[in-house]
Design a protein around this ligand. Structure first.
Ligand SMILES: [Zn+2]
Length: 272
């Protein structure tokens, strides 16, 4: 199946019209990702359909220091603690099992979660005794006391699933106090392993096999440049961009040389 080499829609970040085919997914290549020549955002062509299954994950005890599934959140918290005056007021959007909330509470921070899954939100509330609201944050109306009230707003592995990043960032900004921080984690489309995979597929040296019912799930794929552009448009500046791994040595390395496939970024809201 041949794919159009140019996208017939506008870039969802900058509105630019110069979109070139960057890679495809699916056994017949029907899920097409186009990179914007202006801002570098990789835009999925939503016309091919999107996986709307919820990204439910198993509940992991947030108080279990030994569970390896908690360790990337441990990294997130240590990362934050290096920049933010403590104790801080934190909102974790898409808090999952609540490990980050648990760590924040243990350190004396004031923490609250938002979680799409009502059952997950209830389990986290029960396990760690913190407020967790079951809501889609794009539809969540913050109470007046929460507007521009948080020292830190976190959005981990959410942005890539949202077609409209501007709507998401408008919400994030509304919740972050002037001078406050925004922590984001997302795939890094320029990760070395991803570049390598795209190269060997393009050269015909490797054929990816997808499940028969595969559906694309990521709407937008970011790199440092496109993420900075998104921040700039919403009154944030990038403080730190790094990549990470759950494996300690790889993590040490990828924190220093940002070629990993998962990125962690800290941004600061402008004062106005
Ligand atoms: Zn663009």
């Amino acid at each position: 199946m041949s794919s159009p080499q140019q996208g017939d829609f506008a870039c969802r970040l900058c509105g630019g019209g110069k979109l070139y085919l960057y890679y495809t997914l699916g056994n017949d290549g029907r899920f097409r990702y186009y990179r914007c020549a202006d801002c570098s955002l990789v835009n999925y062509d939503l016309a091919s359909g999107l996986d709307q299954r919820q990204y439910t994950t198993a509940f992991v005890d947030p108080a279990d220091d030994d569970d390896r599934r908690n360790h990337d959140k441990d990294q997130s918290f240590a990362f934050l603690a290096g920049y933010v005056a403590q104790p801080a007021r934190l909102l974790d959007i898409g808090c999952g099992s609540g490990r980050l909330l648990y760590l924040a509470k243990r350190a004396g921070w004031q923490a609250k979660g938002l979680e799409l899954s009502a059952s997950m939100a209830a389990r986290v509330r029960e396990r760690i005794g913190l407020e967790v609201t079951a809501a889609d944050f794009l539809e969540f109306d913050p109470p007046p006391g929460e507007l521009e009230a948080y020292d830190v707003v976190c959005l981990r592995h959410v942005l890539e699933h949202l077609p409209d990043a501007h709507a998401a960032m408008t919400r994030v900004r509304a919740l972050t106090r002037p001078g406050g921080f925004f922590l984001a984690e997302m795939p890094n489309v320029e990760g070395l392993a991803k570049k390598w995979l795209r190269l060997v597929v393009r050269l015909g040296l490797h054929r990816r096999r997808f499940p028969a019912d595969f559906m694309a799930g990521h709407c937008n794929e970011y790199c440092r440049r496109s993420f900075e552009e998104l921040l700039r448009r919403h009154g944030f500046r990038l403080v730190r961009w790094e990549t990470y791994s759950k494996k300690p040595f790889a993590n040490w390395l990828l924190n220093r040389i940002a070629v990993g496939t998962k990125a962690r970024a800290l941004a600061q809201r402008t004062m106005s």
